[in-house]
Write a protein that binds this ligand. Sequence first.
Ligand SMILES: [Zn+2]
Length: 318
Amino acid sequence: MAEIEILDLEEGSGETGEISNRCLVGKVLHSKSLSATVITNILAAAWKTRAPFNAVCWNNNIFLFQFEDIEDKATILLDGPWSVMNSLLILKPLVEGLVVSSMDFSKCPIWVQIHGLPVEKMNRSNAITIGRRFGKLLAVEGSAGGLLLYRSFLRVRVEIDVNKALPKGFWLRRKKESDEDLWISYRYEKLPDFCYACGRVGHDNRGCKFVPRNEGMNSGYGPDLRTGRAKKLEILIEEMPHFEDAAGGVDSNEGGGGGGCDALLHSVGLDDARVNEAVVERVSLANPEIKNPTTGAVRTPHRTSPIGVLPVPGVGES
Ligand SMILES: [Zn+2]
């Protein structure tokens, strides 16, 4: 039997860092193979970089982008997501040790708008509580104290998993028994085409393998889940770099059984102090049919078992 060699290979001695600083790797979730020329033309128009960039096709709609200006790269990452021919482009930094064939292109950062909250609930703590339902909360728009009334909605940057259905929103329980639950809806900024049958990004209804065509009609997904980039305002954006570690195992869409989609978030804070001790749990409803106050649609929330106590981030982590 022939022996299999073990080799030590040279590294780029300093070049690696220099090159990787200027590069991004991206995958376009498109059904057909696209050429580097097509990609370059489309993205040059969208990105409007200060200096030229170069795109090389590695394989299967995976491209290496090399930028002359390092700030172009940073701006592009911050302003994402981007799309090519209405298909999502998932960008990743080029890091040492990376093996192209094992790169994970399933996660994509995106700004999500949270619409329909009563004004007294529009604060940072609630933005964090809701943002956590997506699995990974990256940033919250707004300062730490008081109500966030710069806009009529809250705004969080989260990581979505393209292999899972996009969360549509949740029912907010009102304080008074007599008040009907409120439908709080999500809108994803710069979201490209997605499947209205199953709610996943990367294919459309015709190519859906998750939901039979006749059932997909009643999924509740539609174009209102998409929106353009919110107008730029002079508002602090608070990044949440340590969030994932602090939250531990419960900070994932798995725990939320669909990432907050159709979840009834209960105790979505009354004020900061209250939220700090809040217990967020999923509950079954006595009345299975609830009318959506916006659309008037009557729907049946999914019955699920309680997921127990989720610690609220930023506090009580001792
Ligand atoms: Zn689908």
